[in-house]
Design a protein around this ligand. Structure first.
Ligand code: NAD
Length: 331
């Protein structure tokens, strides 16, 4: 099959290329994001392989269908950027990689928490400059603290288990907690109670209409004063302006992010040669108690290997006319 890979980075070329060694599909890698302007690059490709910040709205899907696309293979778990109704209407199959390494993302959430809390990034900067002072670097013991998980699916459950290993009491809010999560010893409660009791809150629910700006001014006011908030899930779970206000008032103590609600305009590209044109992001980054990484929770060898192998399993099944196990359908 002819496959157009959008938003392709060096690691996509390496891992997708290796996974294709046996199947020998024809892959064209495009650095650019998929959007209406770049759809013509997919001309004649039965398969389009896309990522978290590619645009797969109704307009783009209709254009892809005209160009001959029959399968959209999302090489990620989240699919909030895909209009599944439009895909169904145009007879385009959509697959994703629902679970490639929940450990990768859970461990990144913990890395953000530990770095922020113990100010490792600031300490590293100081030491490299020959400054060995400790003023302003005071953290807190995780042992004995209460951690709240919003979402206890694959990633949330592993994050909670790691936090239990640090000696945290783990609270959890999830309207549909899976059996694995219920077997962990987490205490399930309502979101408001979780916010009021937790020293650390970590978000692990999907971005759907009902969770957009789940963390807003009202919810931040219910948070335990000075708590730490971690978001490795999707940027728009948080109202960024509200969260900056909460940081400035001290209501929110620390903020660790791997995602940002307008990340599609910046993430995965080098903007270091120009001032950031996003005033909200600039305001966020200026805050000393904020740590941001550029959506790299998935970036481990194991996760990239699983993503590539699962993606090609779907492509191979599709090419052979077999049902694709990872097919997404509108709900
Ligand atoms: P999952 O589907 O296994 O679990 C999601 C859980 O959230 C489910 O148990 C669901 O019931 C729960 N949920 C739904 N609505 C909720 C709500 N309003 N409040 C609380 N819980 C709610 O998903 P997962 O594999 O654990 O992934 C979680 C999210 O992590 C994904 O949606 C994706 O956005 C994000 N993610 C980020 C990266 C990264 O690189 N940073 C990588 C993979 C996934």
């Amino acid at each position: 099959m002819n496959i157009a890979v959008f938003s392709a980075k060096s690691y996509d070329r390496e891992y997708l290329g290796s996974a294709n060694t046996l199947a020998r599909h024809t892959i064209t890698f495009w650095d650019t994001r998929l959007m209406a302007d770049t759809v013509p690059l997919a001309k004649g490709c039965e398969v389009v392989c896309a990522f978290v910040n590619d645009r797969l709205d109704a307009e783009v899907i209709a254009m892809l269908a005209v160009e001959g696309t029959r399968l959209i293979a999302m090489r990620c778990a989240g699919y909030n950027n895909v209009d599944l109704y439009a895909a169904a209407a145009h007879g385009v199959t959509v697959v994703n990689v629902p679970s490639y390494s929940p450990h990768a993302v859970a461990e990144h959430a913990i890395a953000l928490l530990l770095t922020l809390n113990r100010r490792i990034h600031q300490a590293h900067d100081r030491v490299r400059r020959g400054d060995f002072t400790l003023d302003g670097l005071i953290g807190f013991d995780l042992n004995g603290k209460t951690a709240g998980l919003v979402g206890t699916g694959r990633i949330g459950t592993i994050t909670g288990q790691i936090l239990q290993g640090f000696g945290c009491r783990v609270l959890a809010a999830d309207p549909f907690p899976p059996a694995e999560a219920r077997a962990t010893g987490f205490t399930f409660c309502e979101l408001d109670e979780l916010l009021a009791q937790s020293d650390i809150v970590s978000l692990h629910c999907p971005l759907i209409p009902s969770t957009r700006h789940l963390i807003n001014t009202a919810r931040l006011s219910r948070l335990k004063h000075g708590a730490t908030l971690i978001n490795t899930s999707r940027g728009a779970l948080i109202d960024t302006t509200a969260v900056i206000d909460a940081l400035e008032s001290g209501q929110l103590g620390r903020l660790g992010l791997d995602v940002y609600e307008n990340e599609a305009c910046f993430f995965y590209d080098d903007h270091s040669h120009q001032p950031l044109p996003d005033a909200t992001l600039a305001r966020l980054l200026a805050h000393p108690n904020v740590l941001l990484t550029g959506h790299q929770g998935f970036l481990t060898h194991e996760a990239l290997t699983n993503i590539a192998e699962t993606t090609f399993q779907s492509v191979n099944d599709f090419a052979a006319g077999r049902p694709c196990a990872k097919t997404l359908r509108p709900s």
